[in-house]
Design a protein around this ligand. Structure first.
Ligand SMILES: Cc1cc2nc3c(=O)[nH]c(=O)nc-3n(C[C@H](O)[C@H](O)[C@H](O)COP(=O)(O)O)c2cc1C
Length: 370
């Protein structure tokens, strides 16, 4: 074992199924609103991801599988040939930069959407509006009441996830991450405060986990379990979600899906000391990617290394970091050398178009690199 490997567990190479990962650092999915208005990925996005090719694994940002699933303006989509071609230029650029595998997160917004963004009334498990305003091209607006999904809507949405997964593989991704976190559609089915259904998709835990499980099964049937990841965020209250029975629901969700040999489970807002973290680690037999909780206002001076290594000591296999990668294209190099990390420059908008605050974060000068 090399000096580096013993000193920096995060930098030890790993495997994800058939893929060799250069290190255990995963770039977390981050929506940056740099796509064309129709959701097609751009050359600027290819440049941004290629700059971050040294991550062991990149999970590219939320991409909507159909028009009604669109959340905000200029997010990426994956339901037309143009979308597939747009993403293909991104995966090619990352490969050309020497990158490892890339997964793409598939996200349906559910009630987190607006007719001014998608042209459609949002759909959700129940007609309960987001208790927040939502960003639109004309500024923030009150959320509208979503239409309750019919059985046909549910079938169509499951089908659209599978179709997007097929497109992702065609576009050069190693697989997709099913987004069942952060208050978007799948999470809205899981949580009791957003799911008041009285059919087979609401009420009991067994019923509330059904939709996520059906999406996972459809994606597996389309592209294989080894290409299917799952993201959850138990207890995260973003987008008005209240996971009142997280301690029972998430173990049940993982028990229902743990024997399917998925590529990975991705746990957002992971806290190593938490009983639920330990329980989920015990249940999940496969690769666990954990995304530590870093301070909300600014990334720590060590780029998240300490939090990451504590999660690894608690049983995580790979560590996902978001803002540290946003602000540091060469994060891996900085952690390797102990070089200071760039802070996130708050004055540069995270979610607006153009290269500012996107592709203009500096890398270490060549003479600083060993
Ligand atoms: C600009 C930005 C965009 C994000 N977009 C997504 C997204 O598309 N999908 C998702 O699951 N999480 C998203 N997140 C959450 C991140 O994946 C991550 O969980 C969060 O930033 C916490 O990790 P960090 O402290 O390392 O940044 C986003 C976060 C940021 C800062």
């Amino acid at each position: 074992m090399t000096f580096e490997a013993t000193t920096f567990p995060l930098l030890v190479p790993a495997r994800l199924g058939a893929h060799a990962l250069a290190n255990r650092l995963v770039m977390a999915p981050m929506t940056r609103n740099r796509a064309e208005a129709d959701g097609t990925a751009t050359p600027l996005m290819a440049e941004y991801y290629a700059q971050r090719a040294s991550a062991g694994l990149i999970i590219a940002e939320a991409s909507t599988p159909n028009a009604v699933g669109q959340t905000y303006p200029n997010i990426t989509a994956l339901h037309t040939d143009a979308h597939t071609a747009g993403w293909r230029q991104v995966t090619k650029a990352v490969q050309a930069a020497g990158g490892g595998p890339m997964f793409l997160q598939i996200q349906h917004g559910g009630r987190v959407g607006h007719p001014d963004n998608s042209g459609l009334t949002p759909i959700a498990p129940s007609p309960i509006p987001l208790p927040e305003t939502i960003h639109t091209p004309t500024g923030r607006q009150a959320a509208v009441t979503p239409r309750e999904m019919t059985a046909e809507d549910i079938r169509n949405t499951v089908r659209d996830f599978a179709a997007a997964a097929r497109r992702a593989v065609d576009a050069g991704f190693a697989g997709v991450e099913v987004h069942s976190a952060n208050g978007y559609l799948l999470h809205q089915f899981l949580a009791p405060n957003t799911n008041h259904r009285i059919d087979a998709y609401g009420g009991s835990i067994e019923n509330r986990i059904r939709f996520t499980t059906e999406v996972i099964d459809a994606v597996i049937a389309e592209i294989g379990a080894h290409r299917t990841g799952l993201r959850i965020s138990p207890g995260n209250t973003v987008n008005g979600i209240t996971d009142t029975d997280a301690n029972l629901l998430y173990p049940a969700l993982l028990e229902a899906n743990g024997d399917k040999d998925l590529a990975y489970l991705h746990l957002a807002f992971a806290t190593p000391a938490q009983a639920l973290f330990n329980r989920l680690r015990d249940i999940w037999p496969g690769t666990l990617i954990a995304n530590p909780v870093l301070p909300a206002d600014q990334i720590p001076a060590d780029g998240g290394k300490d939090a990451a290594e504590r999660l690894m000591a608690a049983g995580a296999d790979l560590i996902a970091l978001g803002r540290p990668f946003l602000a540091n294209p060469d994060l891996v190099q900085r952690l390797r050398t102990g070089a200071p990390v760039n802070p996130v420059r708050a004055k540069y908008a995270m979610y607006t178009g153009g290269p500012t605050g996107y592709t203009d974060y500096p890398v270490l000068a060549a003479h600083n690199c060993p």
